[in-house]
Design a protein around this ligand. Structure first.
Ligand SMILES: *[C@@H]1O[C@H](CO)[C@@H](O)[C@H](O)[C@H]1NC(C)=O
Ligand SMILES: *[C@@H]1O[C@H](CO)[C@@H](O)[C@H](O)[C@H]1NC(C)=O
Ligand SMILES: *[C@@H]1O[C@H](CO)[C@@H](O)[C@H](O)[C@H]1NC(C)=O
Ligand SMILES: *[C@@H]1O[C@H](CO)[C@@H](O)[C@H](O)[C@H]1NC(C)=O
Ligand SMILES: *[C@@H]1O[C@H](CO)[C@@H](O)[C@H](O)[C@H]1NC(C)=O
Ligand SMILES: *[C@@H]1O[C@H](CO)[C@@H](O)[C@H](O)[C@H]1NC(C)=O
Ligand SMILES: *[C@@H]1O[C@H](CO)[C@@H](O)[C@H](O)[C@H]1NC(C)=O
Ligand SMILES: *[C@@H]1O[C@H](CO)[C@@H](O)[C@H](O)[C@H]1NC(C)=O
Ligand SMILES: *[C@@H]1O[C@H](CO)[C@@H](O)[C@H](O)[C@H]1NC(C)=O
Ligand SMILES: *[C@@H]1O[C@H](CO)[C@@H](O)[C@H](O)[C@H]1NC(C)=O
Length: 501
C-alpha cells in the first residue's frame, strides 16, 4: 500500500516535469528574448555568432547561440566570451533575467560602465567580466545584492573607484578576483563577512591602507593574493588564523614588520611570495612547518636572518629567492640532504659569509644557483651532483680564493658561469685545463666575440683565464652542448645590467 503511494507520487511528478518541458511558460520567455534582442540592437558590433538572436525566432530562445535554459525555458546561462562585443551594457536589462545563474562576458570590447541594475540578477552564481579594457567607472554598490554569487571575477578592466563595502554582503562568495583595475582606497573591513571565501585576489590595483584584521575571519581561505598595490603597515596577527592557506602573495607593496610569525601558521602553505616589501628581522621559521612549501620568494626586503632549521624538513622545496636582503645566516644545514627537489636558489646580494657549505653542491636537482654579492670566502668546494642539472652558476663578487674551480668541468650542463669579482689565483689551472681539453678531445678553434667592455669587474687572474685559449675552448664546449649561442660567461654590473662576453 505504502509502495503504491510512492509510485503514484513519482508518476505525477514526472508527468509534471514532462509537461513543463513540452510547454514552456511563454510569458517567461518573451521578456528575456526581448531584452536580449534590444541589447543586441544597441551594440556597435559583435562577431557573426548572434545571428539566431531575433524576435522572429523567439519561440526557440533556448536554442539561440550562447544561451542555456532550465527545464522551464528560462535563461540560466549566458556565455558571451570572445565574441568581439563592441558596445555598452546600458541597454542590458538585468531585471529581465531572474533565473540567470552564470554570466560571462570576458575578452570583448565592451565600453561604458557596469550598470547599477546588475544587482537585479539575483540568481547569479557566477559572474565573469574579464578583459574589457574600455569598461570604466566604479563597481556598482548594488553588486552586494547578489546573495547567491559564488564566484566573482573582474579582471583587466578600466574600472576605478573603491572596492565597495557592500562586497561583504555577498556572503555566498567563494572566489573573489578583482585584479588589474585601478581601484583606490582601502580594503573594506566588511570583507571579513565573506566566511566562505577560498580565493581572494586583489592584485594590480592602487589599494592603500593596511590589510584589515578581519581578513582572519576567512578561515577557509586557500589563496590570498594582494600583489602590486600600495598596502602598508604590519600584517594583522589574525593572519595566523588562516590555517588552510596554500598560497600567499603579498609582493610589491609597502608591508613591513620585524619578525613576522603570522606569515607561517598554515601547514598547507605551498607558495609564499612577499618580494619587494619592507619586512625585517628573522625570516619566519614556521614557514615550512607542514613541509608543503614549494616556492618562496622574499627578495628585496630587509630580512637579516634565516634560522638554520627553517628549510630543514622542506622536502618539497623547488624555488627559493632571497636576493637583496641583509641576510647573515649560518646556512650550513639549510639546504642540505633534504633538498632533493630544489631547482632554483638565489641568495645573491646579502651578507652571507664564511666558506661555502658543501651541501650547496649536493642538491641533485639544482639548475640555478646565484650566491653573488655576498662575502663568501675560501675555496669553491667540489660538487658531487652538478653533473646533470646545474646550468647557471653565479658566484661573482665574493671573496673566493684558491685555484680556479676546475671541478666545474664536471658540470656538463653549465652554460652560464659568473665568477667575476673574486680572487682566484694560480697558474696550475691552465695546464690542468689544457689536459682536460686534450682528454676530452676538443678542438681549439674558438674565439671570444666581444671585447672586454671595461664595465666588467674581473681581477687580473680571472681575466687571464677568460682570455686564455684553453678557457675559451672549455666554454665553447659547453656552448656547443647547450646549443646556446649568446650565453657564455655573464658578468653582472650593478646587479642589473649584464654584459655578455
Ligand atoms: C566599436 O564601434 C565603434 C563605432 O562603430 C568604432 O568606432 C570602434 O572602432 C569599434 N571598436 C572596436 C574595438 O572594434
Ligand atoms: C532560429 O534559431 C535557431 C537556433 O539557433 C537557428 O538554427 C535558426 O536559424 C534561427 N532562425 C532564424 C530565422 O533566425
Ligand atoms: C531592479 O529591479 C527593480 C524591480 O524590478 C526595479 O524597480 C529597479 O529599477 C531595478 N534596478 C535597476 C538599477 O535597474
Ligand atoms: C549591505 O552592505 C551595507 C554596507 O556594508 C549594509 O549597510 C547593508 O545593511 C547591507 N545590506 C544587506 C541587505 O545586507
Ligand atoms: C595607480 O597607480 C599608478 C602608478 O602609481 C598611477 O599611474 C595611476 O594613475 C594610479 N591610478 C589611479 C586611479 O589612482
Ligand atoms: C571578523 O573579525 C573581526 C575582527 O577580527 C571581528 O570583530 C568580527 O566579529 C568578525 N566578523 C565576523 C562576521 O565573523
Ligand atoms: C596556528 O594554527 C593552529 C592550528 O593549526 C592554531 O591552533 C593556532 O592557534 C594558530 N596560531 C595562532 C597564533 O593563531
Ligand atoms: C621600513 O621599515 C623600517 C623599520 O623597520 C622603517 O623605519 C621604514 O620607514 C620602512 N620603510 C618604508 C618605505 O615603509
Ligand atoms: C624535522 O623532521 C624531524 C623528523 O621528522 C623532526 O624530528 C624535527 O623536529 C623536524 N624539524 C623541524 C624544524 O620541523
Ligand atoms: C687576492 O689574493 C692575493 C694573493 O693570493 C692577495 O695578496 C690579495 O690580498 C687578495 N685580494 C683580496 C681582495 O682578497
Amino acid at each position: 500500500m505504502k509502495l503504491h503511494h510512492i509510485d503514484l507520487f513519482l508518476f505525477s511528478c514526472t508527468a509534471c516535469l514532462l509537461l513543463c518541458a513540452a510547454a514552456p511558460i511563454r510569458a517567461g520567455i518573451r521578456p528575456e528574448a526581448e531584452a536580449l534582442v534590444n541589447w543586441k540592437d544597441s551594440l556597435a558590433g559583435a562577431d557573426g555568432s548572434l545571428g539566431s538572436w531575433s524576435l522572429a525566432n523567439s519561440t526557440s530562445l533556448c536554442s539561440w547561440t550562447h544561451i542555456s535554459c532550465n527545464s522551464a525555458g528560462h535563461v540560466t546561462r549566458l556565455d558571451l566570451s570572445d565574441i568581439s562585443l563592441n558596445g555598452t551594457l546600458d541597454r542590458f536589462d538585468c531585471s529581465a533575467f531572474p533565473h540567470l545563474e552564470k554570466l560571462t562576458m570576458s575578452r570583448n570590447g565592451l565600453s561604458g560602465t557596469i550598470p547599477e541594475g546588475i544587482g537585479n540578477l539575483t540568481s547569479l552564481v557566477r559572474l565573469d567580466i574579464n578583459n574589457n579594457m574600455y569598461l570604466t567607472g566604479a563597481i556598482p554598490r548594488s553588486i552586494g545584492q547578489l546573495k547567491h554569487l559564488v564566484e566573482l571575477r573582474l579582471e583587466d578592466l578600466g574600472l576605478d573607484g573603491t572596492l565597495p563595502e557592500e562586497i561583504g554582503n555577498m556572503t555566498s562568495l567563494e572566489v573573489l578576483t578583482v585584479t588589474s583595475l585601478a581601484l583606490t582606497g582601502p580594503i573594506p573591513l566588511t570583507i571579513g563577512m565573506l566566511l566562505k571565501l577560498r580565493e581572494l585576489s586583489l592584485d594590480n590595483n592602487n589599494l592603500t591602507g593596511s590589510i584589515p584584521l578581519e581578513i582572519g575571519n576567512m578561515t577557509k581561505l586557500q589563496e590570498l593574493s594582494l600583489r602590486h598595490n600600495y598596502l602598508e603597515g604590519q600584517l594583522p596577527g589574525t593572519l595566523s588564523h588562516l590555517i588552510k592557506l596554500q598560497g600567499m602573495y603579498l609582493s610589491e607593496n609597502q608591508l613591513g614588520g620585524h619578525n613576522v610569525p603570522e606569515l607561517g601558521n598554515s601547514s598547507l602553505l605551498r607558495t609564499v611570495d612577499i618580494h619587494m616589501n619592507n619586512f625585517s628581522g628573522m625570516f619566519p621559521s614556521s614557514i615550512c612547518v607542514g613541509g608543503a612549501l614549494n616556492y618562496v620568494t622574499a627578495a628585496y626586503n630587509a630580512f637579516t636572518g634565516i634560522h638554520r632549521q627553517t628549510f630543514r624538513n622542506c622536502t618539497n622545496l623547488q624555488y627559493v629567492v632571497f636576493t637583496a636582503n641583509n641576510i647573515v645566516a649560518d646556512l650550513r644545514d639549510c639546504f642540505g640532504e633534504h633538498s632533493r627537489q630544489l631547482e632554483f636558489l638565489d641568495l645573491s646580494n646579502n651578507a652571507l659569509d664564511g666558506s661555502l657549505p658543501k651541501c650547496f653542491w649536493d642538491m641533485p636537482s639544482l639548475e640555478f644557483m646565484d650566491l653573488s654579492g655576498n662575502s663568501f670566502a675560501g675555496v669553491v668546494p667540489f660538487s658531487r651532483t652538478c653533473e646533470h642539472t646545474l646550468s647557471y652558476l653565479h658566484l661573482a663578487n665574493n671573496h673566493f680564493t684558491g685555484t680556479f674551480p676546475l671541478a666545474l668541468k664536471k658540470c656538463k650542463k653549465l652554460f652560464t658561469l659568473d665568477l667575476g669579482g673574486n680572487n682566484f689565483s694560480g697558474q696550475r689551472r691552465i695546464s690542468t685545463m689544457i689536459s682536460y681539453q686534450q682528454a676530452i678531445g676538443q678542438s681549439f678553434q674558438t674565439t671570444i666575440q666581444n671585447q672586454d667592455r671595461g664595465a666588467v669587474r674581473l681581477n687580473d687572474q680571472v681575466k687571464e683565464f677568460i682570455w686564455s685559449q684553453s678557457i675559451s675552448a672549455f666554454w665553447t664546449y659547453h656552448l656547443q652542448e647547450s646549443k646556446s649561442t649568446n650565453m657564455n660567461i655573464i658578468h653582472h654590473k650593478n646587479n642589473q645590467q649584464e654584459t655578455h662576453i
